[in-house]
Design a protein around this ligand. Structure first.
Ligand code: PEP
Length: 256
């Protein structure tokens, strides 16, 4: 099955709107409209509008947000609704990132509510899953991934699921410089796809794109992307520099 790779930049709480614009101007020149990979950039909320102005005519690069609230509007001080993001022209929203799970106490039920609201609004979730080192060492990888997938994607419809991107991010590899080996990534991705197959059937499982995330850099991209079930990358640290992120995108395009 030929799935087009999707590479996404998660800038986390980095870059002002001015810095985001400077990055995008440089980056778009470096990637030069390659149609071999899909690209998405997730700046902070305050940089989304300025980023969209530059990306509106981009043939490769879409705009992503790093979070959303599941309600349409109301008394939720400090939160941002999906409608507000849609109004700016956001294409993807990252949900279930391990930092939101660990630091902000987000659980599978809340992530499921966000996934459902995103699907209802026609915005694509980048749905993150992944085990901690303790869970891996305790032999719990499969039970953790299965729970995150079953509970987080509960009651979703298979038509919309095709638009969802799953990001497998082993927590022990995020921001640590410790990347999963290509074999470890492939094993977790194949398992993830098998659970998607059980829940949503062959068509969704064959088409859905599963990104790997965790210390992806230009020099490990090709090997990771060369794995059968790895369909892209969610990149934190190495996406903050335009040259490094462009190299990751280019290397993803030429992996076999
Ligand atoms: C992430 O935050 O999603 C991530 C993968 O970060 P890093 O690339 O820095 O490990």
């Amino acid at each position: 099955m030929n799935r087009k790779p999707i590479i996404a930049a998660n800038w986390k709480m980095n870059k002002t709107a001015t810095e985001a614009v400077q990055f995008i101007e440089k980056f778009e020149n470096l990637v030069g409209g390659s149609s071999l990979v899909d690209i998405a950039i997730a700046p902070a909320f305050i940089a989304l509008s300025a980023s969209k102005e530059l990306l509106v005519n981009s043939s490769t690069t879409a705009l992503a947000a790093q979070n959303c609230h599941f309600e349409e509007s109301g008394a939720f001080t400090g939160e941002i609704s999906i409608g507000m993001l849609k109004d700016i022209g956001v294409d993807y929203v990252i949900i279930g990132h391990s930092e939101r799970r660990a630091i902000f106490g987000e659980n599978d039920a809340l992530i499921n509510a966000k996934a459902k609201s995103l699907h209802a609004a026609g915005v694509n979730p980048i749905f993150c899953i992944g085990e901690t080192l303790e869970e891996r060492d305790g032999g719990e990888i499969e039970s953790v991934l299965r729970r995150q997938l079953e509970d987080g994607l509960k009651d979703l419809d298979s038509v919309n699921m095709i638009q969802t991107v799953i990001a497998y991010e082993p927590v022990w590899a995020i921001g640590t410089g410790r990347t999963a080996t290509p074999e470890q990534a492939q094993e977790a991705h194949a398992f993830t796809r098998s659970v998607i197959r059980e829940i949503f059937g062959d068509s969704v499982a064959d088409q859905i794109r599963i990104q790997y995330g965790g210390s992806v850099k230009p020099d490990n991209t090709k090997e990771l992307m060369g794995q059968e079930d790895v369909d892209g990358a969610l990149v934190g640290g190495a996406s903050l520099d335009p040259e490094s992120f462009a190299d990751i995108c280019k290397n993803a395009a030429i992996s076999d």
